[in-house]
Design a protein around this ligand. Structure first.
Ligand code: NDP
Length: 250
């Protein structure tokens, strides 16, 4: 099963993969893991110093040289995504995969007191930005014989939960968008589109959401990479429009 999927070390050799939110948390480890399996990884995120640190980690592995693309999903507008796609086309000519991973929590608070500006910000970073990014890179993904798009979801995106507000709504919208897109592409392209819920994972976002929890009780990003690899590599060819979990029990 995909939880203990054992990826061949060259699973992603020759593949060009864009990871958003690659500077920290799950995205950082996913970028490193994809590179360690042979991918040329494009590290997209908003804090350049963090992206540079991941770049150095990947170099130290002796993996293919990554690229850094600084972009803040909050402020970015359609022309920025077009520029990004043009630059990626010039540098690589195609994309074989996208991991939409960047996201923010917003606040855990009742709808009644949810700050409307924060609500918009969460929707922009977690949903609208990724949608525009995805639109912009579709033609790059079409240049691949076998492209994989992974949208990061959450338990609260599959079933709403009190106090999770914009975060839950943004993840539910993401699930729905992945259904729309996967169906549109199913018979006309080689692009597969799936959603992945990492489950409770030891990161800054998780401890912001659950400040009283002992992080030592949680799996680390390194422990949940089986599904991230399975979905990005050729073993999931033909799998599209599905919802995945990265952990069996959460
Ligand atoms: P982290 O907060 O550790 O990392 C989030 C990453 O997204 C950071 O690199 C951050 O950059 C980046 N990011 C945030 N805002 C923007 C922005 N405006 N533009 C570009 N990049 C941005 O979170 P996790 O690693 O925990 O979460 C990764 C994904 O997994 C998210 O989509 C999250 O919703 C989802 N998830 C996580 C769970 C968990 O338990 N950890 C459970 C369920 C889902 P920077 O470091 O510069 O702020």
């Amino acid at each position: 099963c995909q939880f203990d999927y054992q990826a061949p070390v060259d699973l992603l050799a020759g593949r060009v993969i864009l990871v958003t939110g690659a500077g920290d948390g799950i995205g950082r480890v996913a970028a490193r893991t994809y590179a360690a399996h042979g991918a040329t990884v494009i590290l997209l995120g908003r804090t350049i110093s963090k992206l540079e640190a991941v770049y150095d980690e990947i170099e130290a592995l002796g993996a293919p040289e990554p690229a850094i693309y600084p972009l803040n999903l909050e402020g970015a507008a359609w022309p920025d995504y077009m520029t990004m796609a043009d630059k990626l086309y010039e540098a690589f000519g195609r994309l074989d995969g996208v991991l939409h991973n960047a996201g923010i929590l917003g606040r855990i608070t009742p709808v009644q007191s949810y700050n409307p500006e924060l609500w918009q910000q969460v929707m922009q970073i977690n949903f609208n930005g990724p949608v525009m990014l995805q639109q912009a890179v579709l033609s790059l993904l079409d240049q691949s014989a076998d492209a994989s798009v992974i949208f990061t979801s959450s338990g609260v995106g599959r079933q709403g939960r009190a106090f999770w507000g914009a975060y839950a709504a943004s993840k539910a919208a993401t699930e729905n968008f992945a259904q729309v897109l996967s169906q549109e592409l199913e018979n006309t392209s080689a692009i597969r589109v799936n959603t992945l819920n990492p489950g409770a994972t030891r990161t800054q976002m998780r401890s912001n959401a659950y400040p009283a929890e002992n992080p030592a009780t949680l799996r680390a990003p390194e422990d949940i990479m089986g599904t991230y690899l399975y979905l990005m590599g050729a073993d999931s060819k033909g799998v599209t429009g599905q919802q995945f979990n990265a952990q069996p029990d959460r």
